[in-house]
Ligand binder design. Structure first.
Ligand code: SF4
Ligand code: SF4
Length: 169
């Protein structure tokens, strides 16, 4: 499999390919959802074996982390502050998605590309980039956004185009 791992190149190529990626999204809508999930599941296994998240950390650098009330309580205990202080200092509401998230990116728990609270990290961190989940065709807007950030998603999307014989022009 052809692999691109340079994060800056991935960002630039994803921007350049934005129209192509939306055309591929339309192409995928005409495909069998279960077939796409089978291919994506195989590619996810291959790519997570080839790409080392501990040498990357780009999702923790670039994305604002969504959190639940339970996770806010856990974070405040880890930081030895009250949940109220933690909310006041580190949490904001995402008005578009109506969710709570950390105010800033990079995530405050990222250190030298590694998560300082790995065993206590939120569910969304454990699941990201979500390419192990079924229903790929229902998440392609999110996938296109993630192609610019995550080497697993970027390379999976490009390989999926190749395997399905998608022509970019
Ligand atoms: S909690 Fe850990 S895994 Fe989650 S975004 Fe922060 S640094 Fe990354
Ligand atoms: S999930 Fe993607 S962006 Fe996050 S550390 Fe792994 S390869 Fe990098």
């Amino acid at each position: 499999m052809l692999l691109e791992l340079d994060l800056e190149k991935i960002r630039q190529i994803s921007q350049r390919k934005e129209n192509e990626n939306y055309r591929f999204r339309s192409f995928l809508k005409g495909q069998d959802d279960e077939k796409i999930d089978r291919i994506v599941s195989r590619l996810h296994k291959e790519l997570t074996g080839l790409i080392d998240c501990t040498a990357c950390g780009n999702c923790c650098m670039k994305l604002q982390l969504s959190v639940t009330d339970v996770e806010i309580n856990r974070f405040s205990a880890i930081d030895s502050v009250s949940p109220e202080d933690f909310r006041a200092n580190f949490i904001e509401q995402n008005d578009f998605e109506k969710t709570l998230c950390l105010k800033d990116a990079p995530c405050k728990y990222l250190s030298d590309k590694k998560c300082r609270i790995y065993s206590d990290r939120p569910e969304v961190c454990k699941s990201y980039p979500h390419t192990h989940l079924s229903g790929f065709n229902s998440r392609t807007l999110e996938v296109i956004e993630n192609t610019a950030i995550c080497p697993i998603v970027f390379n999976l999307f490009e390989q999926l185009k190749r395997e399905l014989g998608f022509r970019s022009r």
